[in-house]
Write a protein of this length. Structure first.
Length: 214
């Protein structure tokens, strides 16, 4: 293969992995066989990289798909001979290949954009926790119904009150054990306990008995 052909192949492979398409084909085999000696990695790094890669397919050269015609532009006629007036303009080596690559890139860009849009529109997972809270009264004379009503009066975005029960703790005193679901980013259990403690006519203290992520 002439030096001018190698130069054109180097330019072509700067932005491509193969002579044609996205997998090894007969086009690569055709150009590979036209190169009589291993290309210099220093002078033509992309050709050298491609050459080594196609060489690794040596046992499969005959079975690779496609036609060798796509590689003919790099073998023997890479530059148009000067005419009588000295016109030495280069011919278009890539032709329809460039159009096909441009179309492939457009389709790829559309798919990437569609994927990113789908990913952006995917609902964000909301982190939630199930909390079991103990609310202790002052004594056995505390109105537990009023205590629970006060606790449930606290309304906040991301807070949902659940089931509750009274649990005996001794000396005739019962504590309120109540379940709630909170969105972790919106509700602080520490701040919630502070709000409950403000009902000091009924509430002596609160404790988080259990917490589990949903």
């Amino acid at each position: 293969m002439a030096a001018t052909d190698i130069s054109k192949l180097e330019e072509h492979l700067t932005t491509r992995s193969y002579v044609e398409g996205y997998t090894p084909s007969q086009a690569d085999v055709h150009v590979f066989k036209a190169i009589t000696s291993e290309p210099s990695a220093a002078a033509n790094p992309h050709v050298a990289r491609w050459y080594t890669h196609i060489k690794s397919y040596a046992a499969e050269h005959a079975s690779l798909p496609g036609s060798s015609t796509a590689g003919e532009g790099f073998v023997g006629e890479s530059i148009k001979a000067p005419d009588a007036e000295g016109d030495d303009d280069e011919i278009d080596l890539f032709g329809e290949d460039e159009e096909e690559d441009a179309e492939a890139e457009r389709v790829k860009a559309e798919r990437v954009a569609a994927y990113n849009a789908k990913k952006a529109n995917k609902p964000k997972t909301v982190a939630k926790s199930v909390v079991t809270m103990d609310v202790k009264p002052w004594d056995d004379e505390t109105d537990m119904e009023a205590l629970e009503k006060s606790v449930r009066s606290i309304e906040q975005d991301g807070l949902v009150w659940g089931a509750s029960k009274l649990v005996a703790i001794g000396y005739g005193i019962k504590k309120l054990q109540i379940t709630l679901v909170v969105e972790d980013e919106k509700v602080s259990t520490d701040e919630l306990q502070e709000k409950i403690a403000e009902f000091d006519d009924y509430v002596q203290s609160t404790d988080i008995a259990a917490m589990q992520k949903l």
